[in-house]
Design a binder for this molecule. Structure first.
Ligand code: BG6
Length: 467
């Protein structure tokens, strides 16, 4: 791998920080999501209500542990740490004229700690959250004014951290909007037409942020971020092949705009067919064209299968799931594990866009066991990560894909976005915190921590580990 390859780890403010109302922070949409489980859906309440259990409120308490946590990440040898800024720490309600200084100071300290540990921050501007105030008062992304508020927030953090942060991502897994719009917008019960209107505003906001960021610091590298739920046709039946193309088109809808600078012909036909054409203002299309991203960030956890055949057994998964693949095993949460799929994803995205790629999430959610002696023997996680790193190396070294870095998800245990559980752990660092509120909050490096330390120190050459 090239010398400056960014081996790292990833997290997000609302899943790791806690301190949900500390130092002037406002309520974010993520603060209104209750804890769920594999069998119990998370509920999105109308604000923070008494009697509900909201896991983001304490999460892993990175807010009070960031120094220790970043020191541990440094010990692991991380070159970069992807996390997000909680918009509500900076603009608590979203529409204030002036930012909350205490919120800005918190991230000053986080980025300073990263610098001291030799870690490059990679910052998501909005990771599945926004000020709840903007949802209540303005109807979130359905309202064009939200673009203005988002840009005010971006300008504030771009200027403040101009010399501290180089890598930025606009919206986390923006393509989630087509499947769970309430996660990205805080709005429930949207019609399809409203979804695509809100999405148009988000895409414009992203494009405007890219232009603004480049103006503030031409060295900024600003990327998009999509979930990449790679799908295979179930077999060579032509209808299934077409079905796979159509399934993937739902995701390219977003990346085509953010990477190429405009809606595809297919997207326009889709609007016409279903009456979904969003209203635009003069100049919107030019703005989209001007705001192309510098790189493509994506998450990859599992692959899916597309089929027109009814009644097939289905698998769970990030976002959509799909028909079960008989060639793959699945995680405890039913996500199908497919390392070769990562090489396919890298090839497909690079062939399509010829832009640098960045794997900003990948990992295994598992119910780890903290032993009495403080060890966590997560050999299954080592096996998962090793198999995926082998494939990304092949994509780079044999297929010539331009890959900036790799940041395994939930590098420190955090709250699951899908289920709201702590129990679904991704970390290489264990956090002693349980769903019932018990636990000391203490951090314990898992076996995978020491394994990844070797991987990074050898720049991906030494992948041996106990599996
Ligand atoms: C991605 C998100 O969808 O997958 C993360 O960007 C999320 O926020 C991750 O945590 C894993 O999903 P889950 O549901 O297992 O937490």
């Amino acid at each position: 791998m090239k010398e400056n390859f960014l081996w790292g780890g990833a997290a997000a403010a609302n899943q790791i920080e806690g301190g949900w109302d500390m130092d002037g922070k406002g309520v974010s949409t993520a603060d209104c999501l209750t804890r769920g489980s594999l069998t119990k859906k998370r509920e999105y309440t109308d604000g923070v209500l008494p009697g509900y259990d909201y896991p983001s409120h304490e999460a892993s308490d990175f807010y009070h542990h960031y120094e220790e946590d970043i020191r541990l990440l440094g010990e692991m040898g991380l070159k970069c740490f992807r996390t997000s800024i909680a918009w509500t720490r900076i603009f608590p309600e979203g529409d204030e004229e002036e930012p909350n200084e205490a919120g800005l100071e918190f991230y000053d300290k986080v980025f300073e700690a990263c610098k001291n540990a030799g870690i490059e921050p990679v910052i998501t501007l909005s990771h599945f959250e926004m000020p709840y105030g903007l949802v209540k008062k303005y109807n979130s992304w359905l309202n064009r004014r939200t673009i203005e508020f988002f840009i005010r927030y971006c300008e504030t953090v771009f200027r403040r951290y101009r010399d501290k942060v180089k890598y930025w991502l606009t919206f986390n897994e923006i393509n989630f909007m087509s499947f769970h719009p309430e996660i990205g917008s805080g709005l429930r019960g949207l019609t399809q037409k409203e979804v695509y209107q809100a999405v148009h505003h988000m895409l414009l906001a992203s494009a405007r942020a890219v232009c603004l960021g480049h103006e503030i610091n031409p060295d900024f590298r600003i990327g998009m971020m999509m979930a990449y739920p790679l799908s295979y046709p179930e077999n060579c039946r032509p209808e299934n092949v077409l079905c796979q193309i159509q399934d993937m088109d739902r995701h390219y809808y977003y990346s085509d705009v953010q990477v190429r600078g405009g809606y595809s012909a297919k997207a326009r036909k889709f609007w016409e067919r279903y009456g979904l054409t969003p209203s635009m203002e003069p100049g919107d299309e030019e703005e989209l064209r001007a705001g192309c991203v510098d790189f493509i960030g994506f998450s990859y956890y599992q692959s899916n299968v597309s089929s027109v055949e009814k009644g097939k057994e289905r698998a769970a998964g990030n976002m959509t799931g799909g028909v079960k693949n008989p060639y793959l095993k699945a995680s405890q949460w039913g996500w199908q594990i497919d390392p070769v799929g990562l090489r396919i994803a890298l090839n497909t995205l690079y062939d399509r866009y010829q832009k640098p790629l960045f794997i900003v999430e990948n990992g295994l959610g598992a119910a780890d066991q903290l032993e009495k002696d403080g060890h966590v023997h997560d050999t299954y996680r080592i096996a998962y990560l090793k198999a995926h790193i082998e494939q990304l190396k092949l994509a780079v070294e044999e297929d010539g894909v331009d890959l900036i870095g790799y940041t395994p998800w939930g590098i420190i245990d955090l709250v699951s976005a899908g289920t709201g559980e702590m129990k679904k752990r991704y970390g290489l660092i264990y956090v002693d915190k349980n769903d019932d509120g018990t636990g000391t909050g203490k951090r314990y490096p898992k076996d995978s921590f020491y394994w990844y330390q070797k991987v990074i120190a050898s720049n991906g050459e030494d992948l041996d580990g106990q599996e």
